[in-house]
Ligand binder design. Structure first.
Ligand code: 5AD
Ligand code: SF4
Length: 448
């Protein structure tokens, strides 16, 4: 999400006549986009800003963007007086105006809209860094206020774009050659069409049916708003990828209550049963937090039994990290770091065991992979399956004409490892057709 914010900011600057350079030594303006979801983000930011201090004598200007900017606000000017602009993501639509003030020499420019705005940041000038896979933010902000989470304070109110505006952007992207679109939102499935035309599942299907589209993904979903029609849409629409990322955070209903997640273990498991009842093999992944204040050994054990029950294809697990302004900061029964670390280790070990076994189901299958890169030393192409798994595969053609990045290749899976699949392109054999051709984004150069 943060990386895509940067793509939009870069596009906005370019549209305002700025040129992007690779090295900060060449830049007149340095923008630092920050994230504060976990760890001591603000300390890291001030540490890094301190390194930039040496550049201030050269007349460079500095701006701090993103969640740490929103969270720390004008304190940034006090601690780092060479910073001229501080803006959170809910203010990016005002960037052109803020840039004009910066150019005019104004010193302390703030864009700290916090939870005041109902507007989304829509720009057709996004500087997309990947010409095949494109992101579209369909909903910004969050109104859920989970007890541990800083996002509602840093990204502002929940606000959705209209289905018409999302579909126009998607159509334009497909027209210039993008074959994969990923919808983004803190709670992507909480999206509600302000024009009242479509449900989230209908929007997925509408994009999945655009001629030329091959893959549609969406992240991150919230269990509270996860409805059965999303599973039905995936089941019925081959272009919708067979993967759902549905963070559970904990397997204990008591901890979920303390986290203000507004669902129980049973509620979550019911949604899992919908996904598992689908005709397609829909991959399920999750985020989890260990060591939330008050989490007992028995609570943690519930998380361990949940991962065994669901059999996730991937789990992103984090030690609870107290974030400023959130209710969890003041909660009693904080868990010592050594216990958090031990629980994290146990959870990751258990999950690795599950993946080692569960990935075995893919052995012998043929999966379509989008080529992402090449591992030339191992003679392998690195691709991604619809389920979002990494597939390292060999092809007789790699030495002469390797399949281009962004193309789709049918691959037979010959080996499964805990974190990836290994296979052979079947396009090389009598069984397979040629590589699936893709529309390429037109590339140009201007010579003088
Ligand atoms: N501490 C630890 N993990 C957190 N996450 C969000 N806030 C915190 C926090 N304070 C995790 C959640 C979320 C993921 C993006 O980051 O698991 O789903
Ligand atoms: Fe944070 Fe909860 Fe909102 Fe997700 S739903 S962004 S965890 S407050």
């Amino acid at each position: 999400m943060n990386a895509h914010d940067s793509e939009k900011v870069i596009g906005t600057l370019e549209q305002q006549g700025y040129a992007r350079v690779e090295d900060e030594a060449e830049a007149g303006l340095i923008l630092y986009n920050t994230c504060s979801i976990r760890d001591k983000a603000e300390q890291k930011v001030f540490h890094r800003l301190n390194e930039y201090k040496r550049l201030q004598g050269e007349g460079k200007k500095f701006a701090v963007l993103g969640c740490v900017a929103q969270q720390e606000g004008e304190r940034i000017f006090e601690k780092a007086p060479y910073v001229s602009m501080v803006a959170g993501s809910a203010s990016y639509r005002n960037l052109p105006e803020m840039l004009r003030r910066l150019e005019a020499g104004e010193q302390r420019i703030t864009g700290l809209d916090d939870r005041q705005t109902d507007l989304t940041f829509e720009t057709e000038f996004t500087a997309r860094s990947n010409p095949h896979r494109g992101y579209i933010t369909i909903i910004e902000g969050c109104d859920k206020f989970c007890a541990y989470c800083v996002v509602p304070y840093t990204r502002g109110k929940e606000r959705s774009r209209t289905s018409a505006s999302v579909l126009v952007e998607a159509r334009k992207m497909v027209d210039v050659g993008f074959t994969e679109i990923q919808f983004l939102g803190q709670n992507v499935n909480s999206w509600r069409d302000p024009s009242g035309r479509m449900s989230f599942a209908e929007l997925l299907v509408a994009v999945g049916e655009l001629s030329g589209i091959r893959r549609v993904r969406f992240t991150t979903s919230h269990p509270r708003d996860f409805t059965r029609d999303i599973v039905e849409a995936i089941d019925a629409t081959p272009t919708l990828c067979d993967h759902v990322h549905l963070p559970v955070q904990s397997g204990s209903s008591a901890v979920l209550k303390a986290m203000a997640r507004e669902y129980t273990r049973e509620w979550y498991l019911e949604r899992m049963s919908w996904i598992k009842a689908a005709t397609r093999d829909i991959s399920i992944t999750s985020d989890m937090i260990v060591g939330f204040p008050g989490e007992t050994d028995a609570d943690f054990e519930q998380t361990i039994t949940l991962v065994g029950e669901v059999k996730y294809d991937a789990v992103f697990a984090f030690k609870f990290s107290p974030r400023p302004n959130t209710p969890a900061v003041t909660m009693a029964d904080s868990i010592p770091d050594s216990v958090k670390s031990e629980r994290l280790r146990i959870l990751m070990d258990r999950q690795r065991e599950i993946q080692r076994e569960h990935y075995g189901r893919h052995l012998g299958q043929v999966q379509e992979c989008m080529v992402e890169s090449y591992n030339r030393s191992r003679g392998q192409v690195v691709g991604r399956s619809s389920q979002n798994k990494t597939v390292n595969f060999t092809t007789a053609r790699i030495a002469q004409t390797p399949p281009p990045v962004g193309s789709y290749v049918p691959v037979r899976i010959t080996q499964t490892l805990p974190n990836c699949l290994v296979g052979e392109a079947i396009a090389d054999s009598a069984e397979g057709a040629a590589f699936v051709p893709v529309a390429r984004v037109p590339q140009f150069v201007v010579l003088n």
